[in-house]
Design a protein around this ligand. Structure first.
Ligand code: GTA
Length: 335
C-alpha cells in the first residue's frame, strides 16, 4: 500500500552530492520512484486539491488534503505537503548570474526589491505525499487549537495505553526500513544486534541537500518498546548505543559533531515504535520544543538513577483539541 510517486527520485544515501553525480543518478533511475514494494505508480498530477489543511508563511510550507480520482470516479484521500527547500550554498551565486526574469518591485533611494523567477534547478519545491491517507493523517495536519496534558502513570495505563493499543498510525514503514524493504540505500549506520541495535536513516523531512536542516532518525530493532513510557534500565545499553554510534556515524558521514546535534525522543510520538530524532542544533525542527522533546542524554541519566523513572513521573505533552485522545482525557475529567 506504499505510494509510488512518479517524480524525481533522489539518491540520498550518500549525503549531499556533487551536482553532476546527482543528475547522472536521476537519469539512471528514469524519474520513477518505486521503493518499498510499491503499488501502482501515479503522478502528482493525478492528485486533485480538496482543501488547504494548514499553511505557514514563515516556514514556506502548505499541507493539503488532496484526492486521487479512480476509474470508477471515486476519490481516495491523500495528504500532500509542499515545502520550499532551503538555499544550497553552492547554488546561491547562480541565482544572480543565471539569466532569468527579475521584476523590480520597489526602488527607493538605496533600497530595491526584486522578484526572481529562477530556472527549475534553483527553485525546487519538496512534495511529501501520504497516499492513501487515513482520516487520522488528515486530522494530524489540520490547524487546530492545542492543549497541554499532564499525564500521570495511572493516566497512561488507564487512558493513553488502551487508546494507542486500539488506534495509532501504522508502523509498517518502520518495519520496511528494518527489513530493508524500503530506504535500504539510505541507511547511514546499522548496529544489527536484535536487542541493542538500531538503524540510522535520514528522516523523511530532510532532502540532504544542505546540512542546515539535518534530520536523521534512529529506529531500534526491538519491536516491543512503544515509547518513553516503556523504558527501564534494561534498555540502557540500547540507548547508549544509539547515542554514541549515532553521533559517530553522523560526524563521519556529514561532518557534524555531536555537540551540534539535538538528539531526542518525542512524547507522545506519532509512531509507537521506539525511535530517536537527530537534528541540527541550529535547526528549529518541528516537534523539538520543550513540551514534546526529551533529550536522549537526559533520558539515559534518568534511567541510570531510577530504572522506573518513566513509570513513576508525570509527563506533559500537547494534544490537538479534536484528537480522540484529548477527548478521552476530557471524559476522564483530566483537562
Ligand atoms: N525515513 O517513511 C518514512 C517516515 N515516516 C512515515 C515518518 N518519518 C519517516 N522517516 C523516514 N521514512 O520525524 C519520520 C517523520 C518523523 C519521525 C516520526 O519519522 O518525519 P514521531 O513518531 O515522533 O512523530 O516521529 P512526529 O514527529 O509527530 O511525526 P511527523 O510526521 O514529523 O509530524 C510532526 C509535525 O511536524 C506534523 O504534525 C507537522 O505539523 C509538522 N511538520 C512541519 N514540517 C513538516 C514537513 N516538512 N513534513 C512533515 N511534517 C511537518
Amino acid at each position: 500500500r506504499a505510494c509510488a510517486v512518479r517524480g524525481r527520485p533522489r539518491a540520498m544515501a550518500e549525503g549531499p552530492q556533487p551536482k553532476r553525480k546527482r543528475e547522472e543518478e536521476e537519469e539512471k533511475n528514469g524519474g520513477t520512484a518505486t521503493q518499498g514494494g510499491a503499488a501502482a505508480a501515479f503522478t502528482l498530477s493525478d492528485l486533485r486539491v480538496r482543501r488547504i489543511l494548514r499553511e505557514s508563511a514563515r516556514d514556506k510550507i502548505v499541507f493539503l488534503h488532496a484526492e486521487r480520482i479512480g476509474l470508477s470516479g471515486e476519490g481516495t484521500d491523500a495528504v500532500v505537503i509542499l515545502e520550499k527547500t532551503p538555499f544550497q550554498e553552492e547554488k546561491i551565486p547562480d541565482l544572480l548570474k543565471k539569466p532569468m526574469h527579475a521584476e523590480l518591485q520597489v526602488h527607493n533611494d538605496i533600497y530595491c526589491t526584486f522578484y526572481l523567477s529562477p530556472p527549475p534547478e534553483l527553485s525546487e519545491i519538496k512534495a511529501t505525499v501520504v497516499y492513501p491517507a487515513t482520516e487520522k493523517h488528515i486530522q494530524k495536519y489540520l490547524r487546530q487549537e492545542v492543549h497541554l496534558i499532564r499525564e500521570t502513570w495511572e493516566d497512561y495505563k488507564n487512558i493513553t495505553l488502551p487508546f494507542i493499543q486500539a488506534q495509532s498510525f501504522s508502523i509498517q514503514w518502520v518495519y520496511n526500513i528494518l527489513e530493508k524493504k524500503a530506504e535500504a540505500d539510505r541507511i547511514v549506520h546499522e548496529n544489527p544486534d536484535p536487542s541493542n541495535g538500531f538503524v540510522l536513516v535520514p528522516d523523511l523531512k530532510w532532502n540532504q541537500n544542505q546540512l542546515d536542516d539535518l534530520y536523521l532518525i534512529a529506529l531500534v530493532h526491538r519491536r516491543d518498546i512503544k515509547s518513553l513510557r516503556d523504558l527501564t534500565a534494561e534498555h540502557l545499553p540500547l540507548l547508549r548505543n544509539v547515542l554514541q554510534e549515532g553521533k559517530e556515524a553522523i560526524v563521519k558521514r556529514f561532518g557534524v559533531p555531536g555537540s551540534q546535534l539535538r538528539i531526542y525522543l518525542h512524547y507522545q510520538p506519532s509512531y509507537y515504535h521506539l525511535h530517536v530524532h537527530f537534528t541540527a542544533l541550529g535547526y528549529d525542527a518541528p516537534g523539538s520544543s520543550v513540551e514534546r522533546a526529551h533529550l536522549l542524554a537526559d533520558v539515559i541519566d534518568n534511567l541510570a538513577m531510577d530504572s522506573m523513572y518513566y513509570q513513576k513521573r508525570a509527563l506533559t505533552f500537547p494534544l490537538r483539541a479534536d484528537e480522540p485522545l484529548f477527548k478521552k482525557f476530557q471524559e476522564a475529567g483530566k483537562v
